[in-house]
Design a protein around this ligand. Structure first.
Ligand code: PEP
Ligand code: MN
Length: 286
């Protein structure tokens, strides 16, 4: 194939992906996604939704089908978690983002999630990519743990060539030799991908750093280098998170961070949503 579907054809060729009325990724406004690693309880998600909906955050995340390294670790609440996540999202007017790990999970995901995440460990699960390619829902495709930029784009190509053009790329750090951080955030990939592809690309500094003390600076750097948004893990009681406790921000740290992104966004010609005006209902474009 000579011209790839992910390829940028001119400098201003950009795809905007609408994830809910008034919530768009790849336009002037940055897509800010926040929430815990995993959905743990209704109280936890209610608190996240209540706080985040009063900030520029525009979408609520929370894993219910969790890809865990060990089979003995918490695997997520599964179907019970789906309603907890969606109820919190609906109550607070936030579209929801959650991971799918297999084609069998797609029917419940399509009915309930606004954005389906394909996680790092599944970036080259070609059957899953083909299956989400048959949908029209936005797909948040995370870069594989050790995937090259070409492999990353080819994974997106599977989804788009299958018929689903709504792919948001997510740089989440890659494996390296240095164990000081969980992964190494490859902001160079963001800059180069912005030149190569018309697809929007967001950054997940939480899984990249694996340490909450680095997340805010990395998120600001991501916005400064042209990312179309960020996805950040936060929790009402970070150290009590069942998974990824070390990288979770508190809700007040999250609030402070997203507010700090506004000035940086402005310098690079972008903007963040106004706090309190982020609910899909209030944000509907006419
Ligand atoms: C996640 O975002 O919940 C997650 C598991 O991330 P990753 O696939 O990047 O490890
Ligand atoms: Mn996590």
């Amino acid at each position: 194939m000579d011209v790839l579907l992910t390829e940028k054809r001119s400098p201003d060729h950009r795809t905007e992906i609408c994830i809910a009325p008034g919530v768009v990724c790849g336009g002037k406004q940055l897509l800010l996604i926040g929430g815990p690693c995993a959905v743990e309880s209704a109280e936890q998600m209610e608190e996240c939704g209540a706080v985040l909906s009063r900030t520029p955050v525009q979408a609520l995340r929370g894993g219910v089908f969790k890809p865990r390294t060990s089979p003995y670790s918490f695997q997520g609440l599964g179907n019970d978690g789906v309603s907890i996540l969606c109820d919190a999202g609906k109550r607070h007017g936030l579209p929801v983002v959650s991971e799918v790990m297999s084609a069998e999970q797609l029917s419940i995901a399509v009915d309930n999630f606004d954005v389906l995440q394909v996680g790092s460990r599944n970036m080259q699960n070609f059957e899953l990519l083909k299956a989400v390619g048959k949908l029209q829902k936005p797909i948040l495709l995370k870069r594989g743990l050790a995937a090259t930029i070409e492999e990353f784009l080819m994974a997106a190509e599977y989804i788009i060539s299958g018929g689903n053009p709504n792919v948001i790329l997510c740089e989440r750090g890659i494996r390296s030799f240095d164990s000081n951080t969980r992964n190494v955030l490859d902001l160079g990939a963001v800059v180069t991908l912005k030149k190569m592809t018309h697809l929007p690309i967001i950054v997940d500094p939480s899984h990249a750093a694996g340490r909450s003390d680095l997340v805010a600076d990395l998120a600001r750097a991501a916005v400064a280098c042209g990312a179309d948004g960020v996805m950040i893990e936060c929790h009402p009681q970070p150290l009590k998170s069942i998974s990824d406790a070390q990288q979770a921000l508190s809700l007040s740290e999250m609030k402070e961070l997203v507010q700090s992104l506004a000035d940086i966004a402005k310098v690079v010609g972008r903007e963040v949503a106004t706090a309190g005006e982020t609910t899909p209902r209030q944000n509907v474009r006419t």
